[in-house]
Design a protein around this ligand. Structure first.
Ligand SMILES: Cc1cc2nc3c(=O)[nH]c(=O)nc-3n(C[C@H](O)[C@H](O)[C@H](O)COP(=O)(O)OP(=O)(O)OC[C@H]3O[C@@H](n4cnc5c(N)ncnc54)[C@H](O)[C@@H]3O)c2cc1C
Length: 167
């Protein structure tokens, strides 16, 4: 495309970085342009006093055996370099509402996730099940097609191949 590269990726968040790494792995010359001083996008953290804050991402799904992100990291040869801490099975995320003091503790795993949300919103049980099934269908289709090994498909791909519930 240019003297310097075959592909220009605008934005060095996790989506741009993963895509760039996969394209490079597949032999493309890649340039990632990031407008900020540091890369990472929503994967940043910052410190105020003793407290560390995430700007966005705080857990990542798909890192267990056979998981989607794990398989991509293995393909890129970076999985062994990562320091991963497993989430708690009964709580991958907790949400605290200051308005009424209530708390939501989202459990790990497909069935636990569906069951828990359905218990909170029984009228939506079918929709919750359908939504989660669809997420898994999309993930399975992406993995089965081996899209990350196909540069042309990668160029068309949007980000976020990371989806709850963690498994
Ligand atoms: C509060 C919050 C909590 C979240 N928690 C989780 C979580 O726990 N787990 C999870 O998996 N996901 C979580 N997410 C979602 C996750 O952060 C995003 O899905 C992910 O960071 C998106 O990555 P991205 O690369 O698509 O975009 P971004 O991370 O937004 O990256 C886009 C990059 O493009 C750069 N950019 C934009 N315009 C230009 C331009 N014109 N030129 C050059 N560079 C440009 C930006 O500076 C940025 O670095 C959370 C999001 C939020 C907001």
């Amino acid at each position: 495309m240019t003297d310097e590269g075959d592909v220009v990726i605008i934005g060095g968040g996790i989506g741009g970085l993963f895509t760039g790494a996969l394209l490079a792995k597949n032999g493309q010359r890649v340039i990632v342009l990031e407008k900020n001083e540091i890369i990472g996008g929503g994967l940043q953290s910052f410190q105020r006093g003793d407290v560390s804050f995430d700007t966005g991402m705080h857990i990542l799904g798909g890192f267990r055996e056979g998981g989607n992100v794990r398989r991509i990291c293995e393909y890129l040869g970076v999985f062994d370099k990562l320091q991963i801490r497993d989430v708690d099975d009964d709580c991958i995320d907790s949400i605290h509402y200051f308005s009424d003091g209530s708390e939501v503790h989202i459990p790990c795993g497909r069935e636990a996730f569906v069951d828990y949300l359905s218990s909170l919103f029984p009228k939506e049980a079918v929709n919750i099940r359908n939504y989660v099934d669809k997420l898994y269908d999309i993930t399975r289709e992406c993995l089965c097609s081996g899209f990350w090994k196909t540069p042309t498909l990668l160029c068309c791909m949007t980000t976020t191949f990371i989806c709850l519930p963690t498994s």
